[in-house]
Design a protein around this ligand. Structure first.
Ligand SMILES: [Zn+2]
Length: 152
């Protein structure tokens, strides 16, 4: 099953502007800080720290790379970005126990994924996570093209 990562937008105007630019373009404009083990096909949900709301989604589009400058240590690309109907942090804690406000980014425990997406009104996405294909050679999630990034 593909993973779900919660990424944060902090209160800085340039950070919220970068997310808005990504939603407008449908993909991240610059690479975004994310967990090292993020893989193509994983779902990303953005949490806005200032508003304490979940506000956007997207799909990991490439394997993240290590960076020496700026937010890191790993940054990656997200595609098919769109805004979602904002959902408050407290509602999600009440529904499934997940607190998006505690870490700069986090991967949702597999056992919480269905309830988390349900809390966000995104339960229709749960079957898509189950459909993610694994490469038979290296066992990592393949992009929807079916061509493995590692093995070509
Ligand atoms: Zn492979």
């Amino acid at each position: 099953m593909a993973k779900v990562h919660v990424l944060q937008v902090d209160r800085k105007p340039e950070n919220t502007a970068e997310l808005a630019a990504g939603v407008a373009a449908g993909r991240t404009v610059d690479d975004w800080q994310m967990p090292k083990d993020s893989r193509p096909g994983d779902l990303v949900i953005w949490y806005a720290a200032g508003r304490q709301e979940y506000i956007a989604l997207g799909w990991v589009d490439d394997i993240p790379v290590m960076v020496k400058e700026g937010p890191g240590p790993y940054r990656g690309k997200v595609g098919r970005m769109e805004s979602i109907k904002p959902v408050h942090r407290r509602k999600v804690i009440r529904d499934c126990g997940l607190d998006g406000g505690v870490e700069s980014y986090q991967t949702v425990d597999e056992g919480l994924v269905a309830n988390f997406l349900d809390s966000l009104g995104l339960s229709h996405l749960t079957p898509r996570l189950r459909l993610a294909q694994l490469c038979p050679t290296c066992n990592q999630v393949m992009p929807l093209t079916g061509i493995c990034d590692n093995c070509g």
